[in-house]
Design a protein around this ligand. Structure first.
Ligand code: HEM
Length: 256
């Protein structure tokens, strides 16, 4: 089956909107994510950076940054477990749906709140600390919008499903849909009946994936592992007493 007939068939089953949202959009976002990173690496290798603002302000950063980064690490590990590992596997390993659900919701909510808290501190810092605000580009603002949307909607969906309702078993719908995209057999019908907040969360995540390669978020793919094994950087003192020549009186020329 070609892509166009796959889209047309899915369109008949779930409506054209469903086919666009849960087939066309995910592939578009993932293609931009992959090719965008290749493009960025080839054309902006030296701009591949966090553009750290630590030199401008450290007090708020020291709280907000670890809170956000440790929180998001747990959230993403939870997503790998919840979206990629089929329910049948955890059940075969003797983990009941109830045990899985309670652990996932408890850990997910704590990690989600830490992530949201950390991000709020980081955004507050960006807005209120003058030099940090000056170093904030339109690109950064767009990135924070997409990131905040994905995180807030994810947390809202989790809380709404578990606090206001009796829980929602996303491993019957959202997870198999997510995997179906990677098997190249996308099944949009699985997403059609998911609660609205979960649908909005998945769409906001696709938006985030599409803008990712063009923002400072690229730093996530390049943890500075080389720091562990690289030689020390040797800093030499400019103290004239330690220099090679005796100090002159008055100003010294800096450019010959
Ligand atoms: C298409 C990709 C994604 C899908 C299908 C997805 C799906 C889900 C699902 C099903 C939950 C509920 C988990 C639970 O109740 O235990 C959730 C929660 C959440 N998601 Fe996502 N998600 C995606 C991407 C992302 C991304 C990229 C982020 C952050 C940048 C994110 C942040 C969150 C947060 C903060 C929560 C609430 C806390 C938690 O459960 O960990 N999600 N997501």
């Amino acid at each position: 089956m070609t892509w166009t007939t796959a889209l047309a068939t899915a369109g008949e089953e779930t409506g054209t909107g469903g086919a666009l949202l849960w087939i066309a959009l995910p592939y578009l976002a993932l293609t931009v994510f992959v090719l965008g990173h290749v493009w960025r690496y080839r054309y902006d290798k030296f701009g591949w950076t966090t553009r750290s603002s630590q030199l401008y302000e450290n007090r708020l950063l020291r709280i907000g940054s670890p809170l956000f980064h440790f929180g998001i690490l747990v959230v993403l590990l939870g997503h790998i477990g919840g979206l990629l590992i089929p329910k049948s596997w955890t059940e075969a390993a003797g983990i009941s749906e109830h045990a899985y659900h309670v652990t996932a919701v408890a850990l997910g909510t704590i990690a989600g709140i830490a992530t949201l808290g950390g991000m709020t501190i980081l955004i507050y810092r960006r807005r209120t600390v003058g030099p940090v605000f000056s170093a904030t580009t339109r690109n950064d603002k767009a990135m924070y919008f997409a990131l905040a949307a994905a995180i807030t909607l994810g947390l809202a969906a989790t809380v709404a499903a578990n606090v206001l309702d009796d829980g929602y078993d996303y491993r019957e719908t959202i997870s198999p849909w997510f995997r179906s995209v990677f098997y190249l057999q996308p099944d949009p019908a699985l997403m059609a009946d998911a609660p609205l907040l979960f649908q909005l969360h998945a769409l906001s995540a696709l938006l985030l994936f599409a803008v990712w390669p063009f923002t400072r978020l690229v730093h996530m793919l390049t943890a500075p592992v080389g720091y562990l094994t690289r030689p020390y950087i040797v800093y030499r003192s400019r103290d004239v007493q330690l220099g090679a020549h005796a100090p002159h009186r008055g100003w010294e020329r800096t450019i010959d």
